[in-house]
Design a protein around this ligand. Structure first.
Ligand SMILES: C[S@@+](CC[C@H](N)C(=O)[O-])C[C@H]1O[C@@H](n2cnc3c(N)ncnc32)[C@H](O)[C@@H]1O
Length: 243
C-alpha cells in the first residue's frame, strides 16, 4: 500500500480521460500507426533499447494502454516482472486479450492512477511510460510517484510527444499536427474529437526542456533527454539518488 496521503480528488478529470480512451480503445493502435506514419513502434523500441533493464528485475509501466510497450519490455526482462498500470479498463482489456502466452508469466496488468500509485516505495528497478504523461491530471505528482516507487539508483523514463524547435521544420510540423492530424484521425476513425484532444493535450504539456526541469524537481539526478525526429518526441530519463 502507498504511504502517500490522498491529498487531492482527481476523479473528475480522470473520468474525462477514461471516457476518451474508452471511446478510442479499439482503434487506438491502428490509428496511431497511421498518424505517426508507422513510426510509433520504432520509437517504443528506441525507448526500450535505452532502458537499463536488469535481468530478473522489475519494471513499472504507467499508462500501459494496449500493452505494446509492456510486451517489448517483457521480451528483455528475462525472468523478471513488468507491471502495466492504466486508468482505463477498456485499454487494459485489450492489453490482456492480445497478450501472447509467452509473456503471461512476466506481465501483470492492473488498474490505477499515476497520481496515487498503490505501490510500495523503493520497490521497482525502473519506472517508465510512453505517451502517458501528457494525459495526466497532475504531472508533478505523477513524476514524484514514479520517483518514489523506484529503488535508490533506479531509473525513471518517459517517451512523450515534444515540441520541435528548429525554425522551418517547427512550422511545417505544427501545421501537420494542429490542422492535418485531426482530419486524418477523423477519416481513419470517423471522429475528429479525440484528435482535437491530442492537439490540446500537447499544447498544455511542457516542452522537453521544462519536462527535464520537472524530473529534476522531483529529486531525480543525472536527468537528460534525447529528441526523436527533430523534437517531435523526446525520451527523458533520471536516476533516483542513493541514500
Ligand atoms: C496515449 S495512451 C499510451 C498507451 C501506451 N503507453 C502506448 O505506448 O501506446 C495513454 C494511456 O495513459 C492512460 N492514462 C491517462 N492518464 C492516466 C493516469 N493519470 N494514470 C494512469 N494512466 C493514465 C490512458 O488511459 C491511456 O491508456
Amino acid at each position: 500500500m502507498t504511504d502517500i496521503p490522498r491529498a487531492k480528488n482527481y476523479e473528475g478529470n480522470h473520468e474525462r480521460v477514461r471516457e476518451m480512451f474508452k471511446e478510442i480503445a479499439s482503434d487506438y493502435d491502428r490509428v496511431n500507426r497511421v498518424i505517426s506514419f508507422g513510426q510509433i513502434d520504432r520509437w517504443r523500441r528506441r525507448l526500450v533499447s535505452l532502458m537499463d533493464i536488469p535481468k530478473g528485475g522489475s519494471v513499472l509501466e504507467l499508462g500501459c494502454g494496449t500493452g505494446k510497450l509492456t510486451r517489448l519490455i517483457a521480451s528483455r526482462i528475462d525472468g523478471g516482472k513488468v507491471v502495466g498500470i492504466d486508468l482505463t479498463p477498456e485499454m487494459i482489456e485489450i492489453a490482456r486479450e492480445t497478450l501472447p502466452q509467452e509473456y503471461e508469466e512476466e506481465i501483470e496488468f492492473s488498474r490505477g492512477a499515476g497520481e496515487e500509485l498503490d505501490l510500495q516505495s523503493n520497490s521497482f528497478d525502473l519506472a517508465t511510460s510512453a505517451f502517458t504523461l501528457r494525459n495526466v491530471d497532475d504531472l508533478k505528482k505523477v513524476i514524484s510517484e514514479l520517483a518514489r516507487i523506484v529503488k535508490p539508483g533506479g531509473k525513471v523514463y518517459s517517451l512523450e510527444l515534444a515540441k520541435p524547435t528548429f525554425p522551418g521544420f517547427r512550422e511545417i510540423y505544427n501545421f501537420y499536427f494542429n490542422r492535418v492530424l485531426p482530419l486524418m484521425g477523423g477519416i481513419v476513425q470517423g471522429d475528429t474529437e479525440p484528435y482535437r484532444y491530442l492537439v490540446e493535450s500537447l499544447k498544455r504539456f511542457p516542452n522537453q526542456y521544462r519536462l527535464k526541469d520537472l524530473f529534476q524537481s522531483a529529486g531525480l539526478t543525472e536527468v537528460g533527454f534525447q529528441e526523436i525526429f527533430g523534437g517531435i518526441a523526446a525520451i527523458h530519463q533520471g536516476t533516483k539518488r542513493e541514500p
